[in-house]
Design a protein around this ligand. Structure first.
Ligand SMILES: [Zn+2]
Length: 322
């Protein structure tokens, strides 16, 4: 299990950065690279992914496979059918990276690979059926069932951010109104923060925005709440409630043994998670007649995607095997 052939490169492609890492079979990161990218330049992002992987490979020639995680609909052949942040449409991402790096390559959705990372080495370790909910600007999801990543018929499963939970609610980037990610993500924290700031111009939250409630953004809400601002705390509690209600619906469908909550908004910690847990307990079907399903904060932070992508590539494309 620890032979050199077990090393894999994992690459996490974000909207503005590419993070690459060399990961061993135990999930430890042995080396890493981090490069900012111009998100609009679809070809440039691929060149950056290839350059990051080749740079790591030059220093670790024993690496045998590459795994890539990127936001969007990735089919089972590694074709990026649709990416929300980068201009990739029906784009043969796996083939391009494999050809550029010269190694067998796996490409999957960013939340899927993050779920796999948390399942294998993070907050979901020891579980069998795990749901990951990533709460960042939007909401992503990853599902592990029976110890395997659940991809659906086409590879598009677990796009939980686009379940409509509030008909006629805020417009979503997908074209619908009232998607889960519009009411329970970082974007929702920012939007509700602006509304709360207008009603409470005296709040610390407004001071953090330079006195202008229209300039309030999600991270300011978290910062103000951590400093005890009741207005900001209330915003996080409201978003946490919506998050917990949404998770309850997903738990009714999937029946996981654990739910892991990750993404940037987790910076808020229990200010978000405690209201989410309360709402979850209140909304899940028959809570008194089922084992408790813990809602845990993710453990691997921004590294979950790269670690999970590397591990999935190692397990699914060979290397030293599981
Ligand atoms: Zn949507």
């Amino acid at each position: 299990m620890t032979d050199a052939g077990g090393l894999a490169i994992g690459v996490d492609v974000g909207g503005t950065k590419v993070a690459g890492m060399v990961v061993d079979p135990g999930g430890a990161i042995l080396d890493r690279r981090h490069v900012e990218t111009p998100a609009a330049d679809a070809e440039g992002v691929v060149r950056t992914v290839v350059a990051v992987a080749r740079d790591l490979l030059a220093d670790h020639p024993e690496v045998s496979v590459v795994g890539v995680g990127a936001a969007g609909l990735v089919d089972r052949d590694g074709v990026m059918r649709f990416a929300p942040n980068i201009a990739w449409r029906e784009y043969p991402l796996r083939e391009r990276v494999a050809r550029g790096v010269g190694l067998p390559t796996l490409v999957d959705n960013d939340a899927n690979v993050a779920a796999w990372g948390e399942f294998r080495f993070g907050a979901g370790k020891g579980s069998v059926d795990m749901l990951l909910v990533t709460v960042g600007t939007g909401i992503g999801g990853g599902i592990v069932t029976g110890g395997r990543l659940f991809r659906g018929a086409h590879g598009f499963a677990a796009e939980i951010g686009h379940v409509i939970v509030e008909p006629d609610g805020p417009r979503c980037g997908c074209g619908n109104r009232g998607c889960f990610e519009q009411v329970a993500s970082g974007r929702a924290v920012g939007r509700l923060g602006v509304l709360a700031g207008r009603d409470h111009p005296e709040a610390l939250l407004v001071r953090l925005a330079g006195g202008d409630p229209e300039r309030i953004e999600g991270p300011m809400v978290t910062e103000a709440a951590k400093q005890g601002d009741p207005v900001a705390t209330h915003v996080l509690a409201e978003v946490g409630r919506r998050l917990g209600e949404g998770i309850a619906g997903l738990v009714n469908v999937l029946d996981p043994d654990v739910v892991v909550v990750g993404g940037g908004v987790i910076e808020a910690g229990d200010l978000l998670l405690e209201p989410a847990r309360r709402a979850f307990e209140g909304a899940v079907e028959a809570p008194d007649h089922r084992p408790r399903v813990p809602l845990l904060a993710a453990a691997l932070g921004n590294d979950a995607g790269g670690i999970g992508a590397a591990d999935l590539a190692r397990l699914e494309l060979g290397g030293s095997g599981a």
